[in-house]
Design a protein around this ligand. Structure first.
Ligand code: AGP
Length: 612
């Protein structure tokens, strides 16, 4: 949530900041702002409510602001409504400290009261203004430099933050501080950058530093130094970003989401390629040895949103193949409920960003209790990746659209690989079945490509039902997990009220909502459950529902019931999610387009939820 960019170099800062913010607009987009300075000149601040485009127009694409050092921000409101007043950057009363922030300062009221007692005035409703003024307060009280004042403020602040700050008396320097919110630093000759995420600076440099938790960075032109809370300098090794800058561009597609839907075969292929060697799964990179796997007695999967839905599918697959008990929990619940964990459990945290606040807190809780943790993570160097005992990196590349598609698909592959390997090590499947499953998993990318070739049918259907008000997705077993993700896609980008139901549960209340014309999607990829779900479809149809069926080629009898059917290629039933989700993603996408909505940046949402 919220996007931050900082630049310190010799070019004009404002256009660079605007360009970086555009790459981060997926993180928040209700208001934005820039603060730019040149040498010892005063800091100039411009803010705008609404999309970044408005800030860009207001500053003549950055040309109206002169200076080679600056910071910028796009906001996803937490404290205070979206308004120019609440937009960042925020500045202290005498313009000594200017800063932008991503995160939540939990004790901001208490800190604000303290500052009010010292005659500070407040012009916004934000917690950020409090943080900036607290730094100013400590600078004046102890007459220390920027690192000292920031460190003192960090000790008092409770919550999460990525802060990027400029000081009136320290021209050509930018300071950063981080706790539990993402922030990276990029450096090239004569220039340095700070950003919430790599795409913002990738066109300038691939040399990136992942600033540690509760650390401070000082950025001069082309150089960066890091400090801990004791103001001691610490060494951090830079990393080279390997992915292509083009991966974060639309490349001719109308939206990032449809581009990323098309990148799913590649995401799956790359992730499969990273763990299969000579027909066998190798988890060597994750550090999960066969001995460790053999000693695990229970798996707990913890995640949020779509990553949670991957966990739901994973539960069916793990238990079916590896015969090991699996619990799936929402991270926001798990972290506050004192869960029962045993020393031989494995807690798997699934997260695209690796920065989701609740997932990170869940990971820390498991670690505190001494439980082994594994992160299935897409963003290299993210907080969860750094803190988990083991990491399985999905190779989906940068995902920009708020609605996840390719990262979800890559996470599924990770879960399949783990389930198969657990089954192998625990001898719950024969050698032959092991090889069969691996071979079948390798066919998934080509099968995904086949589904994408047929996307026009879904586009037509979506256009026809673009006025839908309510939708239900029903299925049993893995099909229920698929339904949950299909339903979320519909809600988040198309704003259609939708619900996912375990088909057998419908009669226990929800069926009373079905009336003439209600759209119901019946997901029937599990042969054993096909007839069961089909009878539930008949039940809703007899109450007036319009039915879309989603099943595998061969199950043609569904046409006796469904009004419109989408077929997916046959695969092992455990892998059906990878194929069945694509038509549902396309349905959500095309419905959103048909309704004229902002597909990539749906209202009220942000790509990574770094606040709870
Ligand atoms: C899915 O489309 C959403 N954007 C959201 O549910 C997302 O999956 C969730 O916030 C978890 O994010 P993470 O994978 O980065 O932890």
């Amino acid at each position: 949530m919220c996007g931050i960019v900082g630049y310190n170099g010799s070019s004009q800062a404002a256009p660079i900041l605007l360009d970086g913010l555009e790459k981060l607009e997926y993180r928040g987009y209700d208001s934005s702002g820039l603060a730019v300075r040149s040498g010892s000149n005063d800091i100039e601040i411009v803010k705008a409510k609404g999309r970044l485009r408005i800030l860009s127009e207001k500053t003549d694409e950055g040309r109206a602001l002169s200076g080679t050092c600056g910071i910028g921000h796009t906001r996803w409101a937490t404290h205070g409504e979206p308004s120019e007043n609440n937009a960042h950057p925020h500045i202290s009363d005498d313009r000594n400290v200017t800063g932008v922030h991503n995160g939540i300062i939990e004790n901001y009221q208490e800190l604000k009261e303290k500052l009010l007692r010292h005659d500070y005035k407040f012009y916004s409703d934000t917690d950020t203004e409090v943080a900036i003024k607290l730094i100013d307060y400590y600078m004046k009280k102890y007459h220390g430099g920027p690192v000292d004042s920031i460190a003192r403020a960090m000790i008092r602040i409770r919550g999460s933050y990525a802060l990027v700050v400029m000081f009136k008396d320290y021209p050509d320097e930018i300071y950063c501080a981080r706790k539990d919110s993402p922030l990276i630093i990029g450096v090239k000759e004569g220039e340095s950058f700070a950003a919430s995420d790599v795409p913002a600076i990738l066109k300038h440099t691939r040399r990136v530093y992942y600033i540690g938790n509760q650390q401070i960075a000082k950025l001069t032109k082309g150089e960066v130094k890091f400090f801990d809370l004791d103001r001691e300098e610490v060494e951090i090794e830079p990393k080279e970003v390997t992915w292509d800058a083009e991966a974060a561009e639309k490349n001719g597609f109308e939206h990032f989401m449809i581009k990323e839907i098309h990148e799913q075969p590649k995401a799956a292929r790359d992730t499969i390629g990273s763990i299969i060697h000579e027909g066998k799964i190798s988890l060597q990179e994750t550090g999960l040895t066969d001995d460790i796997i053999a000693g695990i007695t229970q798996v707990i999967i913890v995640a949020c949103g779509s990553a949670y839905h991957v966990g739901m599918a994973g539960q069916y697959i793990f238990e079916d193949l590896a015969r090991i008990p699996v619990r799936v929990e929402l991270a926001s619940e798990f972290r506050y409920r004192n869960p029962l964990l045993n020393e031989n459990d494995l807690v798997i945290v699934i997260s695209q960003s690796g920065e989701t606040a609740d997932s990170l807190a869940a990971l820390r809780l498991a670690k505190e209790k001494g439980i082994r943790t594994l992160g299935i993570i897409n963003v290299v160097g993210s907080s969860i990746a750094r803190e988990a005992d083991h990491v399985f990196y999905t190779l989906a590349g940068p995902e920009i659209a708020v609605a996840t598609t390719k990262a979800y698909s890559a996470q599924l592959i990770a879960v399949y690989a783990l389930a198969i390997q657990f089954a192998h090590v625990r001898n719950t499947i024969e050698e032959e079945r092991y090889s069969e499953l691996i071979a079948e998993m390798e066919t998934l990318p080509a099968k995904m490509e086949r589904i994408l070739e047929d996307k026009e049918r879904i586009q037509w259907f979506a256009a026809k039902y673009s006025n839908a008000k309510d939708m239900f997705f029903i299925g049993r077993g893995i099909d229920y997990a698929i339904s949950m993700e299909g339903s979320l896609k519909m809600k988040e980008i198309s704003y259609v009220h939708s619900e996912a139901y375990a088909a057998g549960e419908l009669k226990h209340g929800t069926i009373s909502l079905v009336e003439n014309g209600t759209l119901v999607v019946g997901v029937c990829t599990q042969n054993r459950l096909f007839e069961k779900t089909r009878s539930n479809m008949v039940e809703v149809k007899s109450r007036g529902a319009y039915l879309m069926g989603l099943t595998s080629y061969g199950n043609y009898s569904i046409e006796d019931t469904a009004d419109f059917t989408v077929y997916i290629p046959k695969t092992d039933q455990n892998f059906a999610t990878s194929l069945a989700i694509i038509p549902l993603q396309l349905l959500g996408y095309y419905l959103s387009v048909a309704r004229g909505l902002n597909v990539d940046k749906p209202r009220n949402l942000a790509k990574s939820v770094t606040v709870e």
